[in-house]
Design a protein around this ligand. Structure first.
Ligand SMILES: [Zn+2]
Ligand SMILES: [Zn+2]
Ligand SMILES: [Zn+2]
Ligand SMILES: [Zn+2]
Ligand SMILES: [Zn+2]
Ligand SMILES: [Zn+2]
Ligand SMILES: [Zn+2]
Ligand SMILES: [Zn+2]
Length: 717
């Protein structure tokens, strides 16, 4: 069974079988396809079924003109299509193009559909099939009325088969629900169709009734009335104990608790000595309890002396020990409270024997109070004697005490004097010690300050040292890490290749050094030859100079001015000589350096090479760089040699370009000049023109001296 539902201008639905034959009997009769509702239960009532979604069931087969040619169902929102036929709006072929107006409604068919007869919604019932899905079926006990489709909603409002829950005993279902009351337990809640509503209410077991007991007037549901009758508080009942009392049920509890003579009650006296202990456990009807309580061991008893409450069975024991109880004195038989009996016997009891008041003076008499009164009256002389003797003894003791006191006072004075002396000594001692202590403290303070300063300095030094050590450590760690990195980076083969290349470099270097050594030897030979040649030339020049000077000296004698000029010349020559000496010294020093360097280079070339290359083997990451360094290290000595040779050559040039006098020649010349000057002062006459001529001649002589020059190429390797 297929139920169809749609939403359009009007709600339309129809049921069509799969074979195309429509079903539905006329006049409200049950269709052979619609199942009858056999067992209607509470779950299928109006409260649980959503009749608004019930399908439309037509009475009889709808006219064929009302069926859609496409879906073969009663048309839903019928429209006139372009082909002239009518369809449901959803079934119309080729729906209107975009922008074109929608198909027009087919009002004729629509009117025919809504005026067709359909079955009232309450003629159907929703049942669950085997799969749990809802299925609308024919309900034989439902409303069988047929109405026009357009009038179906109007009929729904007055349909006698609309059912609702009976709200008894509450007037409002809302109140019942708000109290969370359970239908059938707390109220009726039965679903009743409208046409049965009044008859149900008249026979409903939950209809409210009024209790008929006088003074009660409680409203209770009919089904709860028997229960209320058993518990109605106003109902008159008789006492169950059989005491003959009768009255309202609400008064029974009070009657039994207070007045019922047949009620079983307990004695209830407690143990006053210890309330945790059990008291009297006796129990009987109320009529006999008073007799028991008069005689109960646990009845309370109040002590007349101290007002303490005790149980009756302990009253005698309490009386025996009660401190407030009065008992007869054993001596005078007067009644005295227990707690003051001793004081009574000592002070007030007339029957007790006492000592004579003069016992402290030595009277040994004793007796009752009356006897002592007689004794004191009769024995006055004896008492006086005793007193006098006691006074004498006392006076004697006083004298002895005075003597002792005097002795003690004397010794106290001595002690005071001793104390003062000791105090003085102590003060002196304290002052001395204080001075010493202050001195000591000052010394210690100064020492402490010095120590503190030294310590501060030491700490600062230590801190600096620690910082330096930290940096060293960091560097060491860094270097270690780098070394590890390099060691891991450079493979064994790479290292071997590097060593091989270095060895070949070393061989090349050795060859170069051999050739360098040969060149140096040649230079050395040439140097010696040059020096020898220069010295011979110097001797010649000096001899010539001496002749010139001799002639100059002769001319000098002729003029004083020429002598002065000579002095100036001598000074100039001394300056030049000094400069030359310095330069010569530098030259020889440089030659020594050159020789030393050359010696080292020749002595152990392999060692120099190794020590220079070794760091590059471990400190560098790149083989190419290593090789470059190796090359630099090998080439360096050669460059150094060049740089050392150049100043040598330039010095030669400088000395030659100056006055052109070689050191040896200069030395000899200056010596002869000095000897000549020593002789000059003997002469007195000279002329300035002669001095000028002499000066020019000297300059000419020195300027004409041969120039020595060591070729740059010879030293440049
Ligand atoms: Zn109806
Ligand atoms: Zn009811
Ligand atoms: Zn009642
Ligand atoms: Zn009673
Ligand atoms: Zn008792
Ligand atoms: Zn007492
Ligand atoms: Zn007494
Ligand atoms: Zn006496």
């Amino acid at each position: 069974m297929v139920a169809r539902e749609g939403v359009g201008v009007r709600e339309l639905a129809s049921r069509v079988d799969d074979d195309g034959t429509a079903s539905g009997g006329g006049g409200g009769g049950a269709s052979n396809d619609v199942e009858t509702n056999d067992d209607e239960d509470d779950d299928d009532d109006d409260a649980n079924i959503d009749f608004a979604h019930a399908p439309v069931v037509f009475v009889g087969y709808p006219h064929v003109a009302l069926l859609c040619p496409r879906c073969r169902d009663v048309m839903l929102d019928p429209v006139c299509a372009d082909d002239g036929s009518s369809y449901c709006r959803g079934c119309a072929p080729a729906p209107p193009a975009a922008g074109a107006p929608a198909y027009a409604r087919n009002v004729e068919i629509e009117d025919a559909i809504v005026s067709s007869a359909v079955i009232c919604r309450r003629g159907l019932v929703l049942k669950r099939n085997a799969h749990g899905a809802g299925e609308w079926c024919w309900n034989a006990e439902g409303c069988g009325e047929a109405v026009r489709l357009s009038m179906r909603d109007v009929h729904d409002r007055e349909c006698q088969f609309v059912s609702r829950r009976c709200p008894f005993p509450c007037a409002s279902m809302t109140i019942a629900q708000s109290h969370n009351l359970v239908p059938g337990k707390d109220f009726c809640g039965e679903c009743v169709p409208k046409y049965l509503y009044i008859s149900h209410q008249q026979s409903c077991a939950w209809q409210p009734t009024t209790c008929e007991v006088k003074g009660c007037a409680a409203r209770v549901p009919l089904c709860k009335a028997p229960h209320h009758a058993q518990t109605c508080p106003e109902a008159v009942i008789a006492c169950a104990n059989g005491c003959g009392w009768s009255g309202a049920r609400k008064s029974l509890a009070e009657h039994r608790a207070t007045t019922c003579a047949r009620e079983y009650i307990k004695c209830g006296f407690i143990n006053l000595e210890d309330e945790d202990e059990l008291g009297c456990l006796f129990g009987c009807e109320r009529a006999g309890i008073n007799a028991h309580r008069m005689d109960c061991d646990y009845r309370p008893y109040t002590c007349p002396s101290c007002d303490t409450k005790v149980n009756a069975l302990r009253a005698a024991r309490h009386e025996a020990v009660c401190a407030e109880a009065r008992r007869p004195c054993p001596k005078c038989h007067a009644f005295v409270r227990s707690k003051i009996l001793h004081a009574h016997l000592d002070n007030f009891c007339v029957g007790a024997s006492k000592k004579c008041p003069f016992a402290s003076f030595g009277c040994l008499e004793s007796g009752t109070t009356e006897e002592l009164v007689v004794h004191q009256r009769d024995d006055v002389p004896r008492h006086l004697r005793l007193v006098v003797r006691a006074l004498d003894e006392e006076r004697e003791r006083g004298t002895k005490k005075t003597q002792v006191i005097e002795r003690l006072e004397a010794s106290i004075e001595e002690l005071n004097a001793e104390c003062e002396r000791l105090a003085r000594e102590a003060n002196d001692r304290v002052r001395f010690v204080e001075e010493k202590a202050i001195e000591q403290v000052q010394r210690v303070q100064s020492r402490l300050e010095m120590t503190t300063e030294a310590f501060d300095a030491h700490v600062a030094a230590q801190t600096a040292e620690i910082a330096r050590l930290k940096i060293d450590l960091a560097n060491a760690v860094d270097a270690d890490a780098q070394l590890t990195k390099v060691t891991s980076a450079v493979s064994h083969e790479d290292a071997n290749a590097l060593v091989a290349s270095i060895e070949s470099h070393a061989m090349t270097c050795t060859a170069q050094i051999m050739s360098l050594r040969a060149d140096i030897d040649a230079c050395d030979v040439k140097w010696n030859a040059d020096v020898e040649q220069l010295s011979t030339r110097d001797e010649d020049t000096v001899a010539a100079c001496r002749k010139e000077i001799d002639s100059a000296i002769r001319e000098r004698r002729e003029s004083d001015t020429s002598m002065n000029r000579l002095d100036e010349l001598a000074a100039e020559i001394r300056d030049v000589q000094r400069t030359l000496n310095i330069k010569l010294m530098e030259l020889s020093q440089k030659q020594n350096e050159l020789n030393e360097h050359w010696r080292i280079a020749n002595q152990n070339p392999q060692f120099v090479l190794t020590t220079r290359i070794a760091p590059s083997l471990t400190g560098s990451e790149d083989d190419v760089e290593n090789q470059e360094r190796t090359y630099v290290d090998v080439v360096k000595p050669r460059r150094k040699l060049k740089t050392l040779a150049k100043p040598l050559a330039s010095d030669e040039n400088v000395s030659n370009s100056g006055d052109g006098v070689t050191p040896l020649r200069r030395r000899k010349f200056s010596a002869s000049l000095r000897s000549a000057r020593d002789r000059v002062p003997d002469e007195s006459e000279s002329t300035s023109s002669q001095a000028a001529v002499l000066s020019n001649e000297v300059l000419a002589t020195t300027g004409a001296a041969p120039r020595e020059e060591v070729a740059d190429d010879e030293l440049d390797l």
